[in-house]
Design a protein. Sequence first.
Lengths: 318, 381
Amino acid sequence: MSAAIVAQHLTRRFGDFTAVDDVSFEVAQGEIFGFLGPNGSGKTVTIKMLTGLLPPSAGTAFIDGLDVSREAEAVRSRIGYMSQKFGLYDDLTALENLRFYGMAYGLSGTHLGARIDSALERNALGPYRDRLAGRLSGGWRQRLALACAMIHAPRILYLDEPTAGIDPVARRQLWDLLFELSAQGITFFVTTHYMDEAERCTHLAYLYYGRLIADGTPENLSRLPEVTPAGTRRYGVSTANAGLARRIAAAVPGIRSSTIFGRSVHLLVDADVDIDAILAALRRGGVTVDECRPLVPSLEDVFVELTERRQREIEGGA
Amino acid sequence: MSALRGFRAVFYKEMLHARRDRLAIVFALMMPLMQMVILGTAIDTNVRQVPTVVFDASGANQRDGTALLGTQASRAFIDRLRNTDTYRVYRYVDSDDALNQEMVAGRARVAIKIPLTFARDLLAGRQAQVLVMVDGSDSAVAGQALNVATQVGLDESLKRMLPEGVKPVIDVRPKLMFNPDSRSPNFFLPGLMTVLLLFVTTMLTAFSIVREKERGTLEQLLVTPARPLGIMLGKIMPYFALGLVELVVILLFMRFAFSVPMHGNPLLLVCLTTGYLFVNLTIGLLISTRANSQTEALQLGMMSILPSIFLSGYIFPRDTMPLLFYGMSYLVPATYMVDIARGVILRGAGLAELWGDALVLAVMGLVILLLAARRFQRMIV
């Protein structure tokens, strides 16, 4: 079976500016593919190329084995897209929004009616069917937007920051729904800034200024040698005054990097440095260490580390 | 048919928008009617009843009491001026100063002074003089007031010079065709119809796409299989219907409220006007694909509408325009519509005379629609 989404050397230039630079990846069917990266890194441009909204300057995108540029029609009926702004018509009711998108996808008659009924039911939108979309709260708007994007039963769904600005309960419910749907074989392409959401994805890619700098499962990414290079280890040091601890640690030879996470400091340390020597240095500086344990890097560690490496490459190259 | 995919969906949606936004629709329909009532009743380009002040000093030595009565000859002359309906004598004064004062104060547009010796000179067969002062600040009024006064003077002189029963050698018989009473509404309203339809159709569609851009629904619409042409036509059609309703209402108003005669076939007029509506709607769409915000769309809309009004011949006759503007007037759809409207309504023209106008409008509409669709496709970026 061919992959649901294939990006081959996708590149998009706007004048002199290269928004997406030679990006390649594959998303298997039924995956929840998390597409991460800072604002302005080219995520939305990539989505637009993968949905056929924007022709790539170079490279090719395939959806279910279909070339997006050449078979746009066939591709459009296979994909659904929920934009950051949700794309709802505020002066139309929930039902009318669903009916409009259904018609736009060429559905009609009893088939359209059945699709609308099941969308209302699955998203528990029944009580709100006659409410104007503009009067729905954030979580319900997002459900309606998802229902609209799925009205034509697409096999692949692009969700561009689907949980931006909605409450944690609604976020949790959305993710539950995504897992349920992905179990049915629907593929999701999700952009997000939330690390906890990234952890839930089955496959992650990280885009930084137009370049793909990581691609793999969350476990694979945590074990990347670039993140924890050979000959280094990670430790988490819990303490009441993390700020002071970080300042002291930064001066200790053999400590590659230090980052504060709430009441703890994450240290990337050369393997030949004795952790007890570091703890002793901290105590001498007046830091009370509550706990010190070896650490598996979190996704945030991974992305911070990869971002810094890439930044050094860019600066080194310039 | 696949080029029109999405038409049904967009049409459905646009009808809902229109239904939700009833106020805007009512406003769009009522505004033109209000303008029509104002222009139809208030504007009269014929110069009539110009406020006039008179200082009749003729025969002032035959003073009776305090008031100046003039002489029989001077009173007859003033009556002849009044009978033209051009002047409305609202006051008689008894000094040059008072006469001047009325003009300066702006109460009088015309001041007539008949000198002391008027009757005496006429009797003696000498040339009698009459002073007519005209406020030149409104050139239309001034010209008409002067012409009529000169004409009356000339007529009176001829009558006295020619022997009894002898007629002037040449008798010019003017005949005003198509608008015999030279009623202003007859001339103005068919043109006004053109302009009103222009406003309604251009502005309503000018907002339609840029609004979706602003709300962020456009991308969502573009990932569906709906095609640009289908989307555009779906957006145009409800407003097209609205334009037709507006047209019929305007025609009924014109015919029955303002008694503008309909010399041609009203059905033909409606048919030919559909082409005009179509062009304006597509121009609105084109504006909408160019503008980045609704404010910008409004400005672009006005930029397209104002030249249309001035160049179409609705206000200023095209025949007297400098060559450049005359040429530009051919690019303005309203020019053809003014011709069609006046042609059918006033001249009773039929398809045989007006097919050229209709063809130009149809071609313009198609070209602009394709331009807008192309532009729309590129907007996505």
